[in-house]
Design a binder for this molecule. Structure first.
Ligand code: IVH
Length: 738
């Protein structure tokens, strides 16, 4: 009845190993789908890692049995520290640059001279966007993706096959036919603005790390040890070149890349073939005009000689092909001075430094401040400790170069050290919260042992900045979603002293007169501003009609309408660190009621080891358990929560029932210990499938799921002639077994 104990890898026969690899490949793929596409894992991360480890161990013992679609993606597991090195069969080159139209004219002149054509003979060139991401080389053997590498120094890169395999734009098998026996497809991995923004928001909501720009984030995402992390970043890939190949894809650059599209790659829709400087430059202008609407960063246009035989004849100089050139966009840059560094305090208490600048126009937009992210960034290091801006730090008084690329947020790309005022000192982040004075500290990330790049105020709800942010979060769309009570009104009521914590929102009605007063005052102030803007200095007195605020009843009604929120929204609304909406939903599903959630949370907060109290929940790791324990261990939160629960009654979490499952309508009893899931999870799963879960066996019981150690319930089930199955069989019936 206990779960099958897998045979030791060492004792597997060849046949058994092949069978297991087959089974593991499909099992892991199924878990990947559940985790990444359906957000509904059915095993813990540790169990998942076990499967992958076992797969890798079997492959290490029988390398020749490694499947083409192996989850490991490489023969043998990559070394735990860093990535294996890959020597590129054909080096990955960089490109010569053109900055002006004249540079392009000259490039074409050089081509003509080299090929000794007369001035009016036209050689064809391709023109396509230069994507600002990371180049990667993907080796296909007999149409199967076998290895993928970073550019590295151009000669030796890193093996990131497993990570590249998670990118949807990268086919695991080439489509169509006619591909060379071996070909290394090259192209650019990048992150869209939308994905970057979404990641930043997810991370901020969960109190996670900060991300500087899409390119660095794409780079970081590709170098993850856990491919699941890469997968969650939704990176993209454009194919535009190739390295080693047993056969030219086609006689020209243009046709070769078109073929890549037929093999299942995405190629830039903006690639053209042209013959004259005028056409090339016209295309450059067209791409430049579309730049801000593409949704990803590009930094120029690449021109390449179209005919492969001509490319070969013209050849290379050190590290660059002679037959291609990157026509860069003029950087949208401007020079200005840093007047000060302000600190903003966010919902989770993060201290965010912002540089106040002398207003300056960059690419048509006036910039008055730029984010400095965190103290490492100010010092000239990114979140991995790598130098940015050549390692130059930013000081008050510094002359800096601001850049806006595409529609990306402005950033400081350089510091003019020669212009640094004498006596300018290195900036130090305050070690106390500028709003409430509580200590602001850098936490140590338990997983990585590294210091977090950001400093956080430890004042929590006594910090007005955090309190107001917490309130804004509480009412926001994904949380309690109170109509008409947006950030602006929260600020207003908070500043007027009408609400301090979430519970006060629900008693706002009792302070109707004061609420009305606050709203009137804002209206008056706004009216005065409008008048002042018109140049009329006279004070405007509001008319009687203007003084009535009909919105008020609506607002109170909207607040009342949310007194019975869904449990997952409620948990999310609490703004517990690291508890984003997905995690909140998992918690709601696991605990079903707010009482149970709080009971377990409080028990964990006083336990020696919270892990013994929290059931092992899929999708809930140590960081979340730590955050929950901290939250429930804080008496201030206790008071806030108690007051809130006097006002609102979260609805028990209801699972969507699927009526067509084989266990729908059945009464199920779980007994003994379950090894593949927690009790709450098993219960949730059964309910989702339309079954009823009972605590004891009776004549009404239809099914008993018994694990090791099952006792009296198992006995009565047998006596009553009720069907008894083990956990594996249960999972199979639930549609989740192998
Ligand atoms: S072709 C032999 N085409 O630019 C030519 N490169 O500065 C190899 N890049 O490392 C490169 N978009 O990362 C080519 N459409 C494009 C590109 C492109 C971006 C990057 C690539 C390369 C760098 C060279």
């Amino acid at each position: 009845m206990a779960t099958r104990k897998p045979k030791a890898v060492d004792s597997l026969s060849r046949e058994e190993a092949a069978e297991e690899l087959d089974r593991l490949a499909s099992e892991i793929a199924a878990h990947d789908r559940r985790y990444h596409q359906q957000d509904a894992p059915v095993i813990s991360d540790a169990e998942y890692d076990e499967l992958r480890k076992r797969n890798a161990a079997i492959e290490a013992r029988f390398p020749d049995l490694t499947r083409e679609d192996s989850p490991t993606g490489v023969v043998g597991a990559p070394p735990a520290e860093g990535f294996a090195k890959v020597r590129h069969a054909v080096p990955m080159l960089s490109l010569a640059k053109a900055y002006t139209d004249e540079d392009v004219v000259e490039f074409l002149e050089r081509a003509k001279r080299f090929f000794e054509k007369d001035a009016d003979f036209n050689i064809a060139f391709t023109a396509e966007p230069k994507i600002d991401g990371l180049s990667a080389s993907l080796r296909y053997e007999k149409g199967v993706f076998v290895q993928g590498a970073t550019r590295g120094d151009g000669t030796v890169g890193e093996d990131i096959t497993a990570n590249l395999k998670t990118i949807a734009d990268i086919p695991h098998r080439l489509k169509g036919a006619g591909w060379p026996d071996v070909i290394e497809i090259r192209g650019e991995v990048y992150m869209t603005y939308a994905e970057f923004q979404a990641l930043k928001e997810r991370s901020a909501a969960a109190g996670g790390q900060d991300y500087v720009n899409p390119r660095n984030t794409a780079a970081g995402s590709l170098r993850q040890k856990d491919p699941a992390v890469t997968a969650s970043r939704n990176l993209k890939f454009f194919a535009y070149a190739w390295g080693y190949t047993t056969e030219d894809p086609a006689p020209t650059q243009f046709e070769s890349v078109q073929k890549f599209a037929g093999w299942g790659f995405r190629i830039s829709p903006l690639m053209i073939r042209a013959k004259s400087v005028d056409e090339l430059i016209a295309h450059y202008r067209l791409i430049e005009a579309q730049r801000s609407t593409l949704g990803y960063d590009i930094d120029g246009v690449v021109y390449k000689v179209d005919q492969l035989d001509l490319q070969r004849r013209w050849g290379f100089v050190t590290g660059e092909p002679r037959w291609a050139i990157a026509h860069k966009f003029p950087a949208e840059q401007a020079t200005t001075t840093v007047r000060g560094i302000d600190i903003q305090v966010g919902r989770t208490g993060t201290l965010a430094p912002v540089a106040r600048l002398d207003p300056v126009s960059v690419g048509g937009v006036t910039v008055v401040n730029v984010t400095l992210h965190n103290e490492d960034y100010i010092e000239g290091k990114d979140s991995n400790g790598q130098p940015i801006r050549d390692g130059k730090d930013i000081r008050i008084g510094d002359t800096v170069i601001i850049q806006r690329a595409g529609d990306v947020i402005p950033q400081i790309v350089d510091v003019v050290i020669e212009k640094r005022p004498k006596g300018a000192v290195a900036y130090t982040m305050p070690h106390a919260c500028p709003v409430c004075g509580s200590p602001a500290t850098r936490e140590i990330n338990e997983k990585t042992g590294k210091e977090d790049s950001r400093r956080r105020c430890t004042g929590e709800l006594i910090c007005p900045a955090q309190a107001v942010e917490a309130l804004r979060h509480f009412v926001s769309r994904g949380a309690m979603d109170i109509e008409g009570l947006g950030a602006e009104n929260i600020d207003l009521f908070f500043n007027a002293g009408l609400i301090r914590t979430a519970a006060d929102i629900f008693t706002l009605k009792e302070r109707r007169a004061a609420v009305q007063q606050a709203l009137f005052e804002r209206r008056e102030a706004q009216a005065r501003e409008r008048e002042a803007a018109k140049g009329a200095a006279r004070k405007k007195v509001l008319s009687a009609e203007e003084r009535t605020y009909e919105g008020l009843d609506k607002l109170f009604a909207a607040i009342d309408a949310r007194r019975e929120p869904e449990l997952d929204r409620f948990i999310f609304a609490l703004g517990i660190r690291h508890v984003g909406d997905t995690t909140a939903a998992v918690l709601a599903k696991t605990f079903s009621t707010v009482e149970e959630f709080i009971r377990v949370g409080k028990e964990a907060a006083t336990a020696d080891d919270p892990h013994t109290v929290f059931p092992s929940i899929n999708g809930i790791g140590d960081t979340v358990v730590g955050a929950l324990t901290d939250f429930f261990g804080n008496e201030r939160n206790d008071a806030v929560l108690d007051a809130l629960l006097e006002q609102v009654t979260p609805k028990p979490y209801v699972v969507t029932v699927s009526a067509d499952s084989v266990v729908a309508g059945k009464t199920v009893v779980f007994t003994g210990s379950l090894e593949k899931m927690s009790r709450s999870e098993a219960k949730a799963m059964a309910e989702r499938l339309g079954a009823k879960v009972a605590g004891s066996v009776s004549a009404k019981t239809d099914l008993v799921v018994a694990g090791p150690g099952a006792g009296s319930k198992l006995k009565s089930a047998t006596e009553l002639g009720i069907e008894v199955i083990d956990e594996d069989e249960w999972l199979r019936r639930a549609g989740q077994g192998s």
